[in-house]
Design a protein around this ligand. Structure first.
Ligand SMILES: *Cc1c(COP(=O)(O)O)cnc(C)c1O
Length: 363
């Protein structure tokens, strides 16, 4: 059994995929080919955001979103410690200061009620992560941001396709970033990412930053990077978009079945009213994680831990001098979370086997 099965998906779209890849090989515009613009347009339509800028990966997307804001060294970025390293890493990389706010124990997303107490003179950005495929409380976060004149960046690397009160993830804040890493809900066959905004000025800046800071050829106005989505990856994503909505439905169905049958036995994901999850991960909590994973592994069910160490406890953030115990919920759940296999092609028999084994193995 695979943790995420990409082979079955490939079978579904093989003809379309082959046709689109062949088109790229024929026209030969591997960088900035027409597929990139077509995908940007398609994802604007899908999310409702006005502008989309393809880029190299989800980490670059975050880095460029921060670069576009004219921040200065030491400016503070409020974010969650319970996320993939990329979210915090780009903050340090740009000489900015991450300020971690603890999470909600049910959704694992930043606890919006704890943000205001961490705002200082130097705060510029709130950077919530839509973890495991469910958005943070973006309305509450936007209200705080407006009151304190801050920018909100949604790290939507795991939530592309999710809905929040009828609006799509990636269209809920000043800027949003996503990743097309192969195992993400919408993944390509390599690295890829996208930045979304409905602010034209920001969109223009972001497009320049992604292409060496140039406004027109060989005229470099600002410091940029080289981070582009290539035509082949865009072609692959266009093929995948044709089945994406069905896949999102299938993920939701599997997530609901897991939850229905497991909720009496383990802590299952809490999807709040008005929210949907794309279940980038289906993550439960158990009290005997090592033993639980061993038991599942013994019957060939793969598991994964997202994430075993909160960012503030990673050596790379040592200079922030955050003490153990300061972000207790993140520290606690990092010890008990474990993700079960989740992808749209997980058949009923495997689902049932995973459910039964989980019931027996979990404490
Ligand atoms: C995957 C991920 C990223 C980084 O995306 P890459 O494309 O791998 O660079 C950033 N943030 C979160 C929350 C992620 O899950």
């Amino acid at each position: 059994m695979d943790f995420i099965d990409l082979k079955q998906q490939q079978k579904e779209i093989k003809l379309n995929l082959n046709k689109r890849i062949a088109e790229v090989l024929d026209h030969g515009r591997y960088i900035k080919g027409p597929e990139v613009e077509a995908l940007e347009e398609k994802l604007c339509q899908y999310t409702g955001a006005e502008y989309a800028i393809g880029c190299g990966n989800g980490t670059d997307a975050l880095q460029m979103a921060l670069m576009a804001l004219n921040l200065k060294a030491g400016d503070e970025i409020i974010t969650t410690p319970f996320t993939f390293i990329a979210t915090g890493e780009v903050i340090l990389l740009l000489g900015l200061k991450p300020v971690f706010v603890d999470i909600d124990p049910d959704t694992y997303n930043i606890d919006a009620t704890k943000i205001e107490e961490k705002i200082t003179e130097k705060t510029r950005v709130i950077l919530p992560v839509s973890l495991y495929g469910q958005c943070s409380d973006m309305a509450a976060i936007n209200i705080i941001a407006k009151k304190h004149d801050l920018i909100v960046i949604e790290d939507a690397a795991q939530s592309f396709g999710a809905e929040y009160h009828g609006k799509k993830s990636c269209n809920l804040s000043s800027i949003a970033t996503t990743s097309f890493f192969p195992s993400k809900p919408l993944g390509c066959y390599g690295d890829g990412g996208m930045i979304f905004t409905s602010n034209q000025e920001l969109a223009d800046r972001l497009r320049m930053i992604a292409n060496h800071g140039q406004a027109k050829r060989y005229c470099h106005t600002i410091v940029g990077v080289n981070s582009r989505l290539d035509s082949l990856q865009a072609a692959i994503l266009l093929a995948k978009m044709e089945i994406f909505e069905d896949e999102v439905k299938q993920r939701a169905k599997i997530g609901e079945r897991y939850t229905d049958q497991l909720k009496e036995y383990v802590k299952t994901p809490v999807i709040k009213e008005g929210y949907t999850s794309v279940y980038a991960q289906y993550t439960i909590e158990v009290n005997n994680r090592d033993d639980f994973c061993e038991k599942l592994k013994a019957v060939n069910i793969p598991t994964a831990v997202h994430y075993p160490i909160p960012l503030h406890m990673q050596p790379v953030f040592k200079s922030l001098d955050i003490k153990v115990g300061e972000l207790p919920i993140s520290e606690k759940v990092a010890k008990s979370v474990v993700s079960l296999p989740m992808h749209p092609y997980l058949n009923k028999k495997d689902q049932q086997f995973i459910i039964e084994t989980t019931k027996e193995a979990a404490l």
